[in-house]
Write a protein of this length. Structure first.
Length: 115
């Protein structure tokens, strides 16, 4: 099983980034996929979740209206479009496959929002 995040980087406040998570080694289309993030000194927190079909999405309150989770089951990839980024969005963003207790994690990608 492998989850590889990409797309992180340095962005100015108000800017946008799109993260990708490429999955392999399991049946991607049957798994709920989620994005989490962990800021320095803080616990890892849920950002967004998408159902296996992509028909249902859920977001943490602070991300609603700014972030969009989507998936392409043909490409085994889940995305996180992030708009109107704020300094407090600075964190390592992780992709997770499945639901507890059967989950897989990616290695994370750093997002830094600063002027």
């Amino acid at each position: 099983v492998q989850l590889v995040e990409s797309g992180g980087g340095l962005v100015q406040p108000g800017g946008s980034l799109t993260l990708s998570c490429a999955a392999s080694g399991f049946t991607f289309s049957s798994r709920v996929m989620s994005w989490y993030r962990q800021a320095p000194g803080k616990e890892r927190e849920l950002v967004a979740t998408i159902s296996s079909s992509g028909g249902t999405t859920n977001y943490a309150d602070s991300m609603k209206g700014r972030f969009t989770i989507s998936r392409d089951n043909a490409k085994n990839t889940v995305y996180l479009q992030m708009n109107t980024l704020k300094p407090e969005d600075t964190a390592v963003y992780y992709c997770r496959a499945g639901l507890p207790p059967y989950v897989y994690w990616g290695q994370g990608t750093q997002v830094t929002v600063t002027s």
